[in-house]
Design a protein around this ligand. Sequence first.
Ligand code: SF4
Ligand code: SF4
Length: 404
Amino acid sequence: MIYKYNNVSQIDFNNEFKNGVIVFGTGNLGILAIESLKQKKIKIICFVDNNKKNQNKKFKNYDVVSPEKLNGSNYKYPILICSLNFRFFKRQLEALNIKNYYDSDFLFNELDLSNVETEWTKDLCKIRLDLYNYAVLSAREKNKLRLNSLDLVLTEKCSLKCKDCSNLMQYYEKPIDEDFDMLMKSIDKFMNSVDFLQEIRIIGGEPFMYKRIDEVIQKILSYTNYKNLVIYTNGTIVPKQEKAKSFQNDKIIFKISNYGEICRKIPQLEKFLSFNNIKFITEDVTRWQDCARIEKFERDLNLTKEIFGNCCVNETLTLLHGKLYLCPYSAHAENLNAIPKTSSDSINLIELNDSVQIKKKIRSLVFEKEYLGACNWCNGRDYNVANVPAALQTKKPLEYKKII
Ligand code: SF4
Ligand code: SF4
């Protein structure tokens, strides 16, 4: 955990914010902003939020207004952006011709957490503040490529067939593994272009369906420019004891999704991990977002941008068959040939050799995209999306219409 960054924006807040500020974002970061501003004795005028369900109501005793309201003369105050979707919020404000907005890194950097009371633990506060400060810094330092995460898909095969799998595994009729050589080459090209990455996530389908997972892990452990290596599993497969050594590293943590009875080997897997001193977290999952449908939505461009801007996985880089995508939906929907290919939605790492060029392309994909072609076919993953029960199984792959 870093939490306090040196490279924060320098703002004379006594001067800039002497008459008060407006806070954009009512999430948990918004709560921490209240605490930070209290410590600085800066008055909050009101909150702004994109979620219509929150507008014209109170948030922690403050009024919540829509972004459009900020155009009125009552709201001529500086605006503090408190969300990981800050890029979209800034675009929204620019479109309203509002320029006096600020990142909150300078504020969070000085937040004294000792007396802060939120539903988060102190450690969780630090992790979230860390992530926010890191994201702001990554966007600001244009000559560096710092990223949050990479999802490394080892296989389309899964030991379960969840009908609402957000990674669209339920649609694969003949799932295949990653080609090992292609995988090695594309990981190399990616890691050699990136300055720093918080997290590499090993996923599938079920990553333990991939026989050479231990070799992939060894390859990843040879890099130094990332922090954590997370292995996601559904608790149906326990690795053989002779493979245990491959997973014994401080950077590695297992995240086990517990969907109940169908994850039949969780106790054995936990025993294997504890016995071998490998870190793990088991998370009970009962609900998912309803985001696995593939259908053409007739939305106007502004709404598509809004859905992308508020999507919780709009920066979830996904490496699949040598191509780098901005989210798992885009990767698999395109791979399944279920949506038209939009060339600017992905980067073909296999075709590129120059790390400077790759770096530039990744930067543009992550930091400049306003929406993906795939978003036109996706139900979205924001606060408006309904929940469905997690991990309901289907016997047969789900049918879908292929694009010719
Ligand atoms: S959500 Fe279900 S189908 Fe999808 S990868 Fe996880 S276990 Fe497999
Ligand atoms: S396609 Fe767009 S809206 Fe759907 S998950 Fe990806 S980024 Fe989010």
